[in-house]
Design a protein around this ligand. Sequence first.
Ligand code: SAH
Length: 217
Amino acid sequence: MNGKQGIGMTSQRTRDRMVARLREQGIRDEVVLAAMNTIPRHIFVDEALSIRAYEDVSLPIGYGQTISQPYIVARMTEILRGGGGLGKVLEIGTGCGYQTAVLSQVAQEVYSVERISPLLMKARNHLRELRARNGKLKHADGNFGIPELAPYDGIIVTAGATHVPQELLAQMAIGGRMIIPVGAAEQTLTLIERGPEEYVQTRLEAVKFVPLLGGTS
Ligand code: SAH
């Protein structure tokens, strides 16, 4: 072993292994896999946790919140893309900004809303470090979306919602897709597609997210 491998837990090879595991877990979208292969996930967690950044687990990011496990990030992004390109995307629950960074590589414009101010500042620094300039962040209660920038081709909610916020449904473009975990302690990943006249809801797999709360802090 040479010296370089001593710091290898955050290296490209570690990311390659993460992506190989995502494939085994059933992720098929090459655009999503390529984005996750490029983005250094370890910069999104505290240094003490960076050696665990590529494990398939969620990790604490402070303020009682977590960074979602790689499989969930990949799966939600794959569903949101639906095999096609994405124009304007709205994310609710920026957290440390990792999902935002992935989205910034697969969509033209990304707007992400976080209710906890210090987390938003951390995320802003991470995205700046990666020069993800098409990712814009806002400190607000994401239950209301960002109406002035609507409609969105994709909306992704990365916190568990007891119900689908009406304001977010209204901000979807015709032909747009929303992916949202719906439920209380445990949730069902739910895809909502907006047609010309109706919304079509498809329930997918069981997931576990921190709750979607109201207000800001
Ligand atoms: N997307 C993140 C996941 C962060 S965890 C990732 O890449 O790992 C979920 C985040 O949603 C938390 O930071 C939490 O503060 C935030 N959140 C919860 N309710 C919210 C709301 N109403 N508006 C905006 N953010 C919210």
